[in-house]
Design a protein around this ligand. Structure first.
Ligand SMILES: Cc1cc2nc3c(=O)[nH]c(=O)nc-3n(C[C@H](O)[C@H](O)[C@H](O)COP(=O)(O)OP(=O)(O)OC[C@H]3O[C@@H](n4cnc5c(N)ncnc54)[C@H](O)[C@@H]3O)c2cc1C
Length: 351
């Protein structure tokens, strides 16, 4: 008989993230389909966690546990690990489902080790097969999907944000039980000194965006007039991102060029890279521009539902079945027109 723990932390505003609700939906599913299983919620929060607990109070959990206090206001391996361990112990949890936030990704493998359990990260789904909890994750850079079960407990499962539907339900009062966490100066050696983040209007990675715009090295190549046009490329790409509130991805070739300090697209960093050695973002739609669509790049598109590409080359990788729609066209011209349409200044001749 499994005791399922939904383990999560509150956000800076005291609320629960969408990723937490996705993990909760998975935990609820397990608790409903595993014979004799029960569900506990464990919250880590700087405040008293009551608002967060009430927001999911109707999820069917038998117990709501909370480790609270200033020590948990920001991410820190030692205190987050201690809170996770205390909550897992207090719940008597055998299976722990947590959102794959950077905060949990940093410490839960260590907690599993400390508790003689096991951890699986980047899980994309949980299910019950043959009466046992089963985790799905991708291997070999999203090329192979595997399903696995474990006998070792406690089993920590970090669910990849964006993989499932978030739990939805009306708020209800949750009777919170406080779980004490022994935090001494040893655990406080790492201190939080502040946030360093790009200005909001310079932020190009938007995980919640409906559209991913991917730029390839073609934006930096000589065009029909024999010249490169990096200033136009920058204006068109940043203009589109702002107008469409899209997220920005890049091919490896392009981010490498930027990393080498060439005057190409200075806003493009390795964090934007999509592909085998880059990220596998999740967005409903993706538009590749000036990017060839080679296999190591395209494996990063695994979780993009609808793929379109603009390339001058009708024989590019996208044309070989990797995009749903390929526009054989000059991306500079297409993006110029798109931006005009998005600002309401464009005009399209009827076909
Ligand atoms: C082990 C390994 C791992 C790799 N991992 C990754 C990875 O994670 N991510 C990744 O991206 N790559 C990865 N690569 C590299 C990958 O194979 C490609 O080399 C790379 O993605 C190509 O980038 P690109 O399409 O931007 O550039 P290019 O291949 O140079 O293509 C540029 C494209 O732009 C088009 N173009 C030029 N001007 C225009 C215009 N005006 N309008 C429209 N189209 C235009 C051209 O027709 C061309 O198709 C990896 C390679 C290896 C070997």
């Amino acid at each position: 008989m499994e005791t399922i723990l939904l383990l999560t932390h509150t956000e800076a505003d005291g609320a629960l993230s969408k990723a937490t609700r996705e993990a909760l939906a998975a935990a609820v599913l397990l608790s409903q389909h595993l014979p004799g299983a029960n569900l506990t919620v464990g919250l880590v929060a700087a405040d008293d966690a009551q608002v967060a607990a009430d927001s999911i109070g109707a999820c069917g959990a038998a117990r709501f546990l909370a480790a609270t206090g200033e020590d948990f206001a920001t991410a820190r391996y030692a205190t987050d690990g201690a809170a996770a361990e205390a909550l897992t112990q207090a719940a008597g949890a055998t299976v722990v489902i947590a959102p794959g936030s950077s905060r949990w990704a940093r410490c839960l493998a260590g907690v599993a080790q400390r508790m003689h359990g096991r951890a699986d990260t980047h899980a994309t789904a949980v299910a019950v097969e043959g009466g046992a909890a089963t985790v799905t994750r991708w291997y070999y850079r999203q090329r192979i999907e595997g399903a696995s079960q474990r006998t070792q407990r406690p089993w920590f499962i970090l669910l990849e944000p964006g993989s499932g539907e978030p739990w939805q339900g009306a708020p209800a009062h949750a009777a919170l039980e406080r779980v004490p966490v022994a935090v001494d100066e040893r655990l406080r050696r790492t201190t939080f000194s502040g946030w360093r983040a790009p200005r909001k209007d310079q932020q190009t990675i938007r995980p919640e965006a409906d559209l991913l715009l991917v730029a390839g090295a073609g934006w930096t190549k000589k065009q029909a007039d024999g010249q490169t046009h990096p200033a136009d490329a920058e204006r068109l790409i940043l203009g589109f991102l702002q107008l469409a509130q899209a997220s920005l991805g890049g091919s490896k070739s392009l981010v490498d060029l930027s990393g080498e300090g060439q005057a190409v697209l200075p806003f493009m960093t390795h964090l934007n890279q999509v592909g085998q050695t880059g990220a596998t973002p999740r967005h409903p739609k993706g538009l590749a521009t000036c990017c060839h669509g080679e296999e190591p790049h395209v494996v990063g598109w695994r979780f993009i539902n609808e793929r379109r590409a603009i390339n001058l080359d009708p024989n590019c990788g996208w044309a070989r079945g990797k995009a749903d729609v390929l526009y054989v066209a000059d991306a500079f011209a297409v993006m110029e027109q798109l931006n005009r349409l998005l600002t309401g200044k464009g005009h399209i001749e009827p076909a």
